[in-house]
Design a protein around this ligand. Structure first.
Ligand SMILES: Nc1ncnc2c1ncn2[C@@H]1O[C@H](COP(=O)(O)OP(=O)(O)OP(=O)(O)O)[C@@H](O)[C@H]1O
Length: 515
């Protein structure tokens, strides 16, 4: 993905208000020296300091937005922490150093004299209120670093891009490297959920998948999943979680988004396959996507082009992936899906204001301890009689998702919402004309795929798919949250708001939705 919009605006403040809030009039400005003042604006901290004139040359490539030679502003969103130690006032903030990176930076002033200490204390409290809005300060974070994530880059990215920002924000950090596949499941299963607010995965999407599953194996799983927010510090090769929730693939901007993140319920999808049961937070793929993701290992030398080449050769060859499908359909009309999406989006501001409070409610008490019983049982039971059944001998792409972006620039599930209690299901026939198939690839990036007549887009609450090998096919692939699972029938059902994440706006993904 080309780097998405930088989070330099303040998501906590109504953008229609451009004046200093009236409650702060008169108290909004703190004089910190004879020639310097700090003013709380509606969306940023404004620093008026004659000494900036002389410092101009040292202003880190002009990256501090400048109003005049003596005035600088820092978005409240970028303020990490602020403190007063005797007369010494210190403000930590995230300073963008490029479109893809920011680093902590410090501003400090010595107050004129002791008489201004009380005013400074209440001014600092207001600054932190504006900086954090409904977000929790000084989060206690269990960090898990996958040393092999992102082809080995995760460890270095975490140390250089992420940790300094978390520390500058006063977060409590307990970092640990995973030593083997499945280690994050074990850590999350045993985690003392009262000691942490967040589990942050410096990894791709594989570790968050494991953490959700580990929390679901705690003795009080529902409480664990509600208490601890699972987040991603994008350091892997697939970073869909961060792109969707925070609009960025950059580890440092994601760290800032987590510092400022709002607790957001996330639907989880219960998967049963054979005797196994586990949780998926992102996607399930059968057909061309799974085949290109998992069946092109022999083309790894091509790098990221491997996926595109894989898709093109299969589309041009009209490759099909036969399957039997049974679905509990909720909404199958595209206009109705758009209307439902717009409704949630329009309520976004109400919702994001309430989330923090709601998410902390009812953490204790028996009814929140255990996982809800699955409504539709497992793949080993009969398919419920009211599900729609179809035989799909020429299925091309079967893809189900819970988030909009599946990778940078591919908002495959335009109408996906974090907690609407639906799985977004897309299926496309493999026998459609080649030109249409190629159009579809381009349409994904331009957010035009949703409306294409060859694309069957539905909101569903459960389904079962039984994939078959086509004549001559030796190996079949199924991908769940990007990881390979056995090529066997599986059943999925949605469990509304079971998981908790942090997101930038507390209500919807960082995507415009279906056009
Ligand atoms: N120390 C380790 N050694 C080997 N595997 C590990 C280790 N720690 C975690 N893993 C596994 O690595 C897998 C992929 O992790 P992750 O998604 O974080 O990285 P990634 O760079 O996106 O990787 P991939 O491209 O393989 O999906 C996870 O399923 C996890 O089980």
């Amino acid at each position: 993905m080309s780097e998405r919009s930088l989070p330099v605006d303040n998501p906590f403040v109504d953008p229609s208000i451009h004046e200093t809030p009236s409650a702060l009039q008169g108290e909004a400005t703190l004089f910190v020296a004879e020639d310097a003042s700090l003013t709380l604006g509606a969306d940023s901290l404004i620093i008026l300091d004659d000494r900036f004139v002389h410092r101009e040359a040292a202003n880190c490539c002009g990256l501090l937005p400048t109003r005049s030679k003596t005035t600088h502003s820092i978005p409240h969103y970028n303020i990490l922490d602020a403190s007063l130690d005797d007369l010494e006032l210190t403000i930590q903030h995230a300073l963008p150093t490029s479109k893809t990176s920011c680093r902590p930076s410090t501003i400090s002033y010595t107050l004129i004299d002791k008489s201004s200490i009380n005013a400074a204390k209440s001014w600092l409290a207001k600054l932190l209120d504006l900086a954090y809005g409904n977000s929790q300060r000084n989060k206690r974070i269990k960090v898990l670093v996958n040393p092999f994530g992102g082809q080995g880059a995760a460890r270095k990215l975490y140390a250089s891009e992420v940790e300094p920002l978390l520390r500058a924000a006063g977060c409590e950090i307990d970092a640990q490297e995973t030593t083997h596949s499945g280690h994050a499941v074990e850590i999350a299963r045993q985690l003392n959920v009262d000691a942490y607010d967040v589990v942050a995965c410096a990894s791709g999407d594989g570790l968050p998948h494991e953490v959700f599953n580990g929390l679901a194996q705690q003795q009080k799983p529902r409480r664990a999943l509600r208490k601890v927010a699972v987040v991603q510090l994008p350091c892997g090769s697939g970073n869909a979680m961060s792109i969707n929730l925070n609009g960025t693939n950059s580890p440092s901007f994601a760290a800032l988004a987590i510092v400022k993140g709002l607790r957001t319920p996330l639907d989880l999808m219960a998967v049963t396959q054979g005797e196994k049961m586990y949780w998926s937070f992102l996607s399930q793929a059968v057909g061309i996507i799974a085949d290109c993701d998992l069946g092109t290992e022999n083309m790894r030398w091509m790098g990221s082009a491997r996926f595109t080449v894989g898709i093109l050769t299969r589309l041009l060859g009209k490759t099909v992936y036969p399957a039997e499908l049974a679905v509990k359909v909720d909404i199958d009309d595209k206009q109705a899906i758009k209307a439902a999406y717009s409704h949630v989006r329009s309520q976004r501001e109400d919702v994001s204001g309430r989330r923090e409070w709601e998410a902390h409610q009812d953490l204790d008490g028996d009814k929140h301890d255990s996982l809800p019983a699955l409504q539709y049982g497992s793949v080993l039971q009969d398919v419920p009689s009211d599900w729609e059944k179809a035989s799909l001998p020429t299925l091309g792409n079967f893809y189900c998702g819970n988030m909009a972006y599946m990778s940078p620039d591919t908002p495959f599930f335009a109408a996906a919402l974090p907690s609407d209690n639906h799985i977004d299901m897309v299926n496309v026939d493999g026998a459609i004309p080649r030109l249409k198939a190629l159009d579809m690839i381009l349409a994904v990036e331009q957010n035009k795929m949703f409306d294409m007549d060859v694309v069957n887009y539905r909101k569903v609450s459960a389904y079962r798919i039984s994939p078959k090998l086509r004549p001559g096919q030796k190996v079949g692939y199924i991908s769940i949250d990007g990881e390979k699972v056995p090529f066997e029938p599986f059943q999925v059902e949605i469990v509304g708001g079971l998981g908790t994440v942090l997101s930038r706006n507390g209500a919807v993904y960082e995507f415009e939705g279906p056009k």
